[in-house]
Design a protein around this ligand. Structure first.
Ligand code: CTP
Length: 400
């Protein structure tokens, strides 16, 4: 619970403002008092009436409002909270913050404050990717502002990519963690992610199509729930999340060593697409064509990192979660895999080419536990991660 915490919520003008209403509701449920400020543009997307009704307080709108100023001056307003949350943070609001402009109530409060600030950007993908926005983000990060997301996915404007505001649950997790009240505070999680590269010679390797997106999202969700996370990642195509201890590896053998080194842990989530085999007798020099013989490659089996950790007698995490990438008989194969590998849960997914899951931004999973199977709807990978972490937190609260 976040009882008696005070949050100053600044709502920017974006379609994601409707999600902010849910954030207010959830914060109030946790005992937080929410004072809201809306920009002029925000009023085009949600009404001050709905914000006030949910927050249980009048909404502050204009900089030069004598009544509000008499009740609480804007300087006092900017300092009386424990945390300032900007959601959605538009490109315009972020630009004002990065440059220290103060030409409306929201930007003036943000310039006048000495309170920690968290922002949840939301905008069109091109606006997000524009060098100006990226410069502003880097500036804000450097100024110590915590940036949540944005997530990738379908956008209200019909485009696709990064720019969606993070979900209310992610905002709540981040706020809880900020106040040291994360559901997994004090727990250590090891997460493997990405593909592995198995060298043939110094210039060639064998790889797979994993992007690392699902592992990234899980590490970020565990971090947001307050866990300290060791993130062991193969050469993924997405950069690792902030705020986790990153260990970069290349091969399955490197990954095995890094995971062992990271133990003990309370939670192990094995999302990496580890190569099952490595090349027997990797060449030190580049293999050359000799015009006659086509080289043949033979393989040896890699250690099964998940099975080793799950069956370990000494340093087995209390909860071991594996993944199952299947192309047929998903549930049956995943259930067998859970038994064979000795893990507690398996997150099974169908990675057949038609599903677009491997390397894509969405996932459709079935959670296989000792109690049976649960089919989840097709969701963005971030939401799959949040659900999984909620289940992990529930597991620990039940077994506490
Ligand atoms: N895994 C692992 N080490 C390996 C192979 C797999 O830790 N050498 C883990 C993966 O991270 C995943 C789980 O085991 O959590 C299942 O991976 P998957 O590729 O689905 O299964 P395999 O063991 O490779 O079985 P198969 O290829 O027969 O489906």
């Amino acid at each position: 619970m976040l009882t008696n915490k005070r949050i100053l919520l600044i709502i920017g003008g974006g379609i994601a403002a409707y999600k902010t209403l849910e954030v207010i509701r959830r914060l109030r449920e946790q005992g937080v008092s929410v004072t809201s400020v809306m920009t002029k543009a925000a009023e085009q997307f949600v009404t001050p009436m709905s914000v006030a009704a949910l927050a249980g307080e009048t909404v502050h709108q204009a900089l030069f409002d004598l009544t509000s100023e008499a009740e609480m001056g804007h300087i006092q307003l900017s300092r009386s909270a424990d945390l300032i949350l900007v959601a959605p943070a538009t490109a315009d609001l972020m630009a004002k913050m990065a440059h220290g402009q103060a030409n409306d109530l929201a930007s003036t409060l943000l310039l006048a404050t000495d309170t920690p600030v968290m922002i949840a950007p939301a905008m069109n993908v091109r606006m997000w990717e524009h060098p100006a926005t990226q410069r502003n983000i880097a500036q804000l990060r450097g100024d110590g502002i915590r940036i949540l997301g944005p997530n990738s996915g379908d956008m209200a404007c019909g485009e696709f990519g990064p720019g969606r505001m993070v979900e209310p649950a992610e905002i709540l997790e981040a706020i809880s963690t900020h106040f040291g009240a994360g559901v997994l505070s004090g727990r250590h999680a090891v997460v493997t992610s990405g593909p592995t590269h198995e060298p043939i010679d110094p210039v060639r390797y064998i790889a797979n199509r994993s992007s690392g997106a699902q592992g990234n999202a899980i590490a970020a969700a565990l971090r947001d729930a307050g866990a300290s996370v060791t993130f062991v990642t193969g050469p993924a195509s997405v950069p690792p999340p902030e705020g986790v201890a990153v260990v970069r590896v290349e091969t399955a053998l490197d990954m095995e060593a890094a995971v062992k080194n990271a133990l003990p842990a309370d939670i192990g989530v094995f999302a990496a697409a580890v190569a099952d085999w490595r090349v027997d007798g990797t060449q030190d020099q580049k293999i050359k064509k000799d015009g006659e013989k086509i080289p043949s490659i033979s393989f040896v089996e890699n250690p099964d990192i998940l099975a080793e950790v799950a069956k370990s007698k000494v340093q087995r995490p209390a909860l071991v979660v594996g993944f199952a990438a299947e192309t047929q008989n998903v549930i049956e194969n995943a259930a067998k895999k859970r038994m064979r590998k000795g893990c507690d849960w398996i997150v099974a997914n169908d990675v057949s080419p038609g599903t677009g899951i491997m390397g894509g931004v969405e996932n459709s999973v079935i959670l296989v536990t000792e109690n049976g199977t649960e089919e989840w709807p097709r969701l963005p990978k971030q939401e799959v991660a949040i659900r999984l972490v909620e289940r992990i937190a529930q597991h620990f609260s039940e077994t506490a």
